[in-house]
Design a protein around this ligand. Structure first.
Ligand SMILES: Cc1cc2nc3c(=O)[nH]c(=O)nc-3n(C[C@H](O)[C@H](O)[C@H](O)COP(=O)(O)OP(=O)(O)OC[C@H]3O[C@@H](n4cnc5c(N)ncnc54)[C@H](O)[C@@H]3O)c2cc1C
Length: 390
C-alpha cells in the first residue's frame, strides 16, 4: 500500500499551488475590503480573467475530458487540486468546467449549452431543491406538462447556487405524476432564462447568495430535454455525487490554511510572559485539529479513489462529506478561539471561513442525510466493514 502521491499527481498539485500562491492569494486583502463594503469579492469579469490566466498555466477543465479541451484529471488529482483552491478564500475556481450531467447532452445541445459553458461564455445553475423538497428531493412538485412540441413548466425552485447569474438552468421537474419521481417520474430540462423564469436573491450568512427560481407557464421546446424523459432523478443524483468528494476536498484546504495561521499565532502571541502555544489548552487544540484534518484527508482521497477505480463511490463519498464538513467547522472554531478577539474581527478571514464552513454541513446532502445513507448501507448489508480492504 503506497500513500505517496505519484510524480504526476505531485507535479500537478505543486503547479496549482504555485498559481494560487502567486496569482490568487495576493488578491485576498482586496477581497476582504470589497466584501466588507457589501460588494462581490471579485469585480465583474475578474474571475474569468483569472481563469484565462490559469489556462495559460495549463489549468483548464479539471474534470473536462480531453476531447473537449480539458485536462480530464482522475478524481484523486482533482481532489488534490481542489484542496489547493480551498487554501484561499478568494472566490476562485479553475475554468473550463461544466456540470457533469451536461455531458449527457445530445450533439445540438452540446453546441448550444455544453461547449459555451466550458468556454465560460454561458453560465448554468442546477435546480432540484424546492421550498417543500430539500433532503426529501423525491417530493418535488415543479411540474412539466407536455403541450404539443413543448413542455410547460410551473413551480418554484429555491436555494439555487448561481441562480442569480445563470443564463440557463438545469431543472429537474415532475413529468409523470403517476410514477415515483425516482423511478421514471421526473425529467431534466435545459431552460434558458429568456424562456421566462425569473430569479430572486436569497440573503444568507455567506458571501454572495443563492436564488429562488420562479416558473410560471414557462414554455420549453421538447428538444431541451436533457438525457431521456424519466431520467431526471438519476441525473440529479449523478450531479450531487460529484460534490460529495469535491466539497470536502475544498474543506481540507480551508482547514489547512486556517490551522497554519493558528500555529503561527500560538508561537508568536504572548500572554503571561510566554507564547500561548506553551499552554496545553492551546497545544491540544492544534493536535486535535491536525489529527482530524488528516483523518478527513484520507477519507476524501479514498472516496476519490473509488471513483477512479470504477467502484460505487456513494458510501465512501458520504463518509468523506460528513466527516470533512464537520472537521472544517471544528477546526475553524478552534482557530478562532486561538486568535481570541482578533479571530472574531473582519480584519482576518477567520470569521469568513466560519460562516463559509457552516454551509458545508447543509448543502448537497445534510449531515443527517449522509448518516442516513451510511447507516442504511450498513443495516442492509450493502457495505462491509473494512471498506475496500474487506
Ligand atoms: C447556500 C445554499 C446553496 C444551495 N445550492 C443548491 C443548488 O445549487 N441546487 C439545489 O438544487 N439545491 C441547493 N441547495 C439546497 C440544499 O441542498 C438543501 O438546503 C439541503 O439539501 C437541505 O434541504 P432543506 O433546506 O429543505 O432542509 P430539510 O430537508 O427541510 O431538512 C431540515 C433538517 O431536517 C433534517 N432531516 C430531514 N429529513 C431527515 C431525516 N429523515 N432524518 C433526520 N434528519 C432529517 C435535515 O438534515 C435538516 O437538518 C443549496 C442550499 C444552500 C443553503
Amino acid at each position: 500500500m503506497d500513500f505517496a502521491p505519484s510524480d504526476e499527481e505531485r507535479a500537478i498539485r505543486d503547479t496549482a499551488r504555485e498559481f494560487i500562491n502567486r496569482e490568487i492569494m495576493p488578491l485576498e486583502p482586496e477581497v476582504l475590503r470589497r466584501e466588507r463594503a457589501h460588494l462581490p469579492g471579485l469585480e465583474p469579469g475578474q474571475l474569468r480573467e483569472l481563469q484565462l490566466r490559469a489556462r495559460k498555466f495549463g489549468f483548464w477543465g479539471l474534470d473536462t475530458p480531453d476531447e473537449y479541451g480539458g485536462m480530464g484529471l482522475p478524481a484523486v488529482t482533482q481532489s488534490m487540486v481542489w484542496t489547493e483552491v480551498g487554501r484561499t478564500f478568494v472566490p476562485f475556481r479553475f475554468g473550463g468546467e461544466a456540470d457533469n450531467i451536461l455531458f449527457h447532452a445530445n450533439e445540438e445541445q452540446k453546441r448550444e449549452y455544453l461547449l459555451p459553458t466550458i468556454e465560460g461564455e454561458r453560465r448554468s445553475c442546477f435546480a432540484i431543491t424546492e421550498p417543500g423538497a430539500g433532503s426529501d428531493a423525491a417530493n418535488i412538485r415543479l411540474t412539466a406538462r407536455r403541450d404539443g412540441d413543448d413542455w410547460v413548466l410551473d413551480g418554484e425552485k429555491t436555494f439555487i447556487t448561481g441562480g442569480n447569474e445563470a443564463d440557463f438552468a438545469i431543472v429537474i421537474a415532475v413529468t409523470d405524476r403517476d410514477r415515483d419521481v425516482r423511478r421514471g417520474g421526473s425529467t431534466a430540462f435545459l431552460v434558458d432564462r429568456d424562456m421566462g423564469w425569473r430569479s430572486e436573491f436569497i440573503q444568507t450568512m455567506g458571501e454572495g447568495g443563492p436564488a429562488a427560481l420562479v416558473f410560471e407557464d414557462v414554455r420549453v421546446p421538447a428538444r431541451n430535454v436533457l438525457g431521456e424523459v424519466g431520467q431526471g432523478f438519476a441525473l440529479a443524483m449523478q450531479w450531487i455525487g460529484k460534490g460529495r468528494y469535491v466539497i470536502p476536498s475544498h474543506a481540507l484546504g480551508i482547514a489547512e490554511r486556517a490551522l497554519a495561521m493558528a500555529i503561527d499565532h500560538a508561537n508568536t502571541r504572548h500572554t503571561f510572559g510566554r507564547p500561548i502555544g506553551d499552554n496545553q489548552a492551546i497545544a491540544w487544540m492544534l493536535a486535535d485539529s491536525e489529527t482530524e484534518l488528516e483523518a478527513a484527508r484520507w477519507l476524501v482521497l479514498r472516496a476519490a479513489w473509488t471513483v477512479d477505480a470504477g467502484l460505487d463511490p456513494r458510501h465512501a463519498s458520504s463518509m468523506a462529506k460528513l466527516y470533512g464538513a464537520g472537521m472544517v467547522n471544528r477546526v475553524v472554531d478552534r482557530v478562532m478561539q486561538i486568535h481570541g478577539g482578533m479571530g472574531y474581527t473582519r480584519e482576518l478571514p477567520i470569521e469568513r471561513w466560519y460562516r463559509q464552513a457552516r454551509l458545508l454541513r447543509i448543502f448537497e446532502g445534510t449531515d443527517e442525510m449522509q448518516r442516513l445513507i451510511i447507516s442504511r448501507d450498513l443495516l442492509r448489508g450493502y457495505t462491509k466493514l473494512g471498506g475496500h480492504l474487506a
